[in-house]
Design a protein around this ligand. Structure first.
Ligand code: FES
Length: 138
């Protein structure tokens, strides 16, 4: 599994790695890090996609926090940006699927209106290290 539905934004990769080593008796389980280029410079209310392994992720920012979700709508398992590069609604408050108009909370990925209301985008773990932002995949 490369993303979880219950992940949270972390700010220190070393702390997370130590926690993972503590949780894993062998101490050999670490994350794979994928740099999210220029994530720290991402303007509020915008988003872009990054590829990691064979998956696409949406990266966006709200109130200074960076969030990443698998780019796959829970309605029909299609990328949210099938017909346009923009996945943010006109007000910049929600992620928007352009297939059937579902709107998702930026902070937790919950669909607040649309055909998959109540379901969630899959949230990816994001971490900061030395000023750079990374996707952390198990
Ligand atoms: S595929 Fe996203 S709302 Fe239908």
């Amino acid at each position: 599994m490369y993303v979880t539905s219950q992940t949270h934004l972390i700010t220190n990769i070393d702390a997370l790695t130590k926690q993972r080593q503590h949780d894993n008796k062998s101490g050999n389980h670490v994350f794979k890090k994928y740099l999210i280029p220029n994530a720290q410079n991402l303007p509020e209310g915008t988003a872009f996609t990054v590829e990691a392994e064979k998956y696409s992720f949406l990266v966006t920012k709200q109130q200074g926090r960076i969030f990443a979700y698998e780019n796959l709508c829970p309605h029909q398992n299609k990328p949210l940006n099938w017909s346009t590069d923009s996945v943010i609604d006109d007000e910049g408050d929600y992620l928007k699927c352009h297939h059937h108009g579902a709107l998702f909370s930026i902070t937790d990925g919950t669909c607040i209106t649309g055909p998959c209301q109540g379901r969630h985008l899959r949230k990816a773990t994001v971490g900061m290290e030395k000023g750079d932002c990374y996707l952390l995949l198990p």
